[in-house]
Design a binder for this molecule. Sequence first.
Ligand code: GDP
Ligand code: MG
Length: 205
Amino acid sequence: MSGKGKESEIVLKVLIIGDPNVGKTSFVQRYINNSFRGTYKWTIGVDFGLKLIQWSPTETIRLQLWDIAGQERYTSMTRVYYKDAFGCVIMCDITQKETIKSAALWKKDLDLKCMLPDSTPVPCILLANKNDLPSHHATDKELDTFCKEHNFLAWSNMSVKDNQMVKESMSYLLKEMMRKYHTNGSKDEFSSSVDLRQKTTHKCC
Ligand code: GDP
Ligand code: MG
């Protein structure tokens, strides 16, 4: 809480996970700085991104993005990184089939090691990046089925390079996290996966 009476600051930790090279660091940089570079230093351990969002007249969100290298799924470190996460973005590269398959393993790992304080799953969306490139390895229909099967809250194709669906996806996730934050303790489950591209009218941050 800040010192100004009713105003509150809400800290939300969001994990950005997925195989190496799918574009996680690029995604964080695009979302926070609206920049895109062809190369980023290999993420070692964890990088942090921070964004302050005035969510309502009385609420400020301090959004922490935890961007991990992508090899941690095979180590015990994930448990440390996942601690207290309130939301998650799992990324894959639509041009690399293995990274799509891995997204299911990342989701399983997340749900095994982490949950919200009310014991419901951490809100998690799937973002299939590099949509600007040719030779996609999953159709929209396949992605939709994949997300339902693995209990993702929503999914979207995305291009960090072309700045396509970056802000909109995070905005959707934020909205779901805030809904969870406010209903704190309710046991409602997410129904079925949503195609984020049809959900771009909500408040953008
Ligand atoms: P990370 O290992 O998951 O953090 O991936 P990086 O953010 O380091 O990106 C890996 C590579 O993919 C870099 O060369 C990026 O420039 C590239 N990249 C990231 N997003 C996109 C995208 O949307 N389209 C294309 N074509 N390349 C991208
Ligand atoms: Mg990285």
